[in-house]
Design a protein around this ligand. Structure first.
Ligand code: UT7
Length: 334
């Protein structure tokens, strides 16, 4: 019998402060109607004080409580993020210390908006190898820390948040993380990036003057490849697992733009009632969008044991991919 990894606890955290479209109208030349119709976003959350590990911490604390385990039982912590607290040490190490997971080894993973899926696959394979029993996989980003609130092309899109899952060996190999397909294409570096602060452009007065420490995105170019990438990789996974749009219960797409989500669902032939969407409330939280959706839906008792779920993402790199899950977690008790 082969071991499969399954989600045995799930949680999320978003900060309290809301940045609405009308708040943004006061900062840049934009308007609520444009933002809603072009992106589907109404508001996003902003962490005013603190760092990415402060977003991840409450989510992970909830997971330990939910599963009723000591932090000492955690074997591995993977944090997917593009907004680490600092270059090093890793945010995963900072989180490890905060929660007291003294027996875990911890590392960050950078695959931008596909970070959670990449981390889920890496974590699952650690469980499948038999070497790890409890792996925390976190997607967390404080996007407000790298946004230019004078650039209307980007500042309206992103928000702050975190989502996390605990992976453990599945008791039944027909449940859990059943299949995945991940892709990268480094030519995407020209369309979505943050050039300042790394070894290419170490932080100087000039890099700050040139605003290289902010996100740049050529939205139109990314849009086209995102729709095709997410839809094609999801279709690939459906075909090789003999899944039709009828026997998929949920599609959980990365939340970058409602128009991308709709186009992707349409290309896959999935009815909109089966697509998890919360972009209107949080915007694009990068590595957090997928676990944030899954956690909200599970807490709302909308995900049922045995359901087939496709997670699908596209982001900077380019990175993209899809994961096929069969849900095994009972509904929340309270
Ligand atoms: O998560 C990682 C992956 N990222 C994505 O998947 C994002 C992909 N891209 C997108 O979601 C969209 O391309 C955007 C939402 C970023 C932009 O939407 P768009 O429909 O591609 O708009 P656009 O950039 O082509 O701009 C259309 C017009 C332009 O004006 P002109 O040249 O037609 O006069 C822009 O200057 O809208 C203007 N514009 C705005 N107007 C009001 C751009 N941003 C804004 C704004 N408010 N915030």
């Amino acid at each position: 019998m082969s071991i499969k990894a399954t989600i045995t606890a799930i949680s999320h955290y978003v900060p309290e402060d809301i940045l609405s479209n009308s708040d943004l109208e006061k900062l840049v030349d934009t308007n609520d109607e444009w933002i809603k119709s072009r992106t589907g976003i109404s508001e996003r959350r902003i962490l005013k004080k603190g760092a990415t590990s402060d977003l991840a911490f409450p989510a992970v604390q909830n997971i330990l409580k939910q599963r009723n385990i000591s932090p000492l039982e955690i074997d591995t912590i993977i944090v997917a993020t593009v907004t680490p607290d600092m270059f090093f040490p890793s945010t995963a190490c900072i989180l490890q210390e905060k929660i007291g997971a003294k027996n875990a080894f911890a590392f960050d993973l950078n695959a931008a908006c596909s970070g959670f899926l990449y981390a889920l696959v890496v974590g699952s394979q650690m469980i499948e190898s038999g070497s790890q029993k409890k792996v925390l996989v976190v997607g967390a980003d404080k996007m407000s820390s790298i946004l230019n609130y004078k650039d209307r092309n980007t500042c309206i899109l992103f928000g702050d948040g975190a989502g996390a899952v605990l992976l453990e060996p599945s008791e039944d190999e027909t449940f859990g993380v059943l299949d995945n397909r991940l892709y990268s294409d480094g030519s995407g570096k020209d369309f979505l990036y943050m050039k300042g602060g790394g070894s290419l452009n170490p932080a100087t007065h000039e890099t700050v003057d040139q605003q290289l420490h902010y996100i740049f995105q050529d939205g139109k170019s990314v849009f086209k490849v995102a729709v095709i990438g997410m839809a094609d990789v999801s279709a690939e996974l459906m075909t090789r697992n003999n899944l039709t749009s009828e026997n998929i219960d949920w599609l959980v797409p990365h939340q970058a733009n409602l128009r991308i989500i709709d186009a992707c669902a349409e290309r896959m032939g999935i009815d909109k009632s089966k697509v998890m969407i919360n972009i209107e409330r949080y915007g694009n939280t990068t590595a957090a969008t997928i676990p944030l959706c899954l956690s909200e839906w599970w807490h709302a008792r909308k995900i049922i044991k045995g359901q087939n779920i496709i997670l699908s993402s596209f982001g900077a790199g380019y990175t993209w991919g899809a994961v096929y899950l069969r849900w095994s977690l009972d509904p929340p008790t309270n």
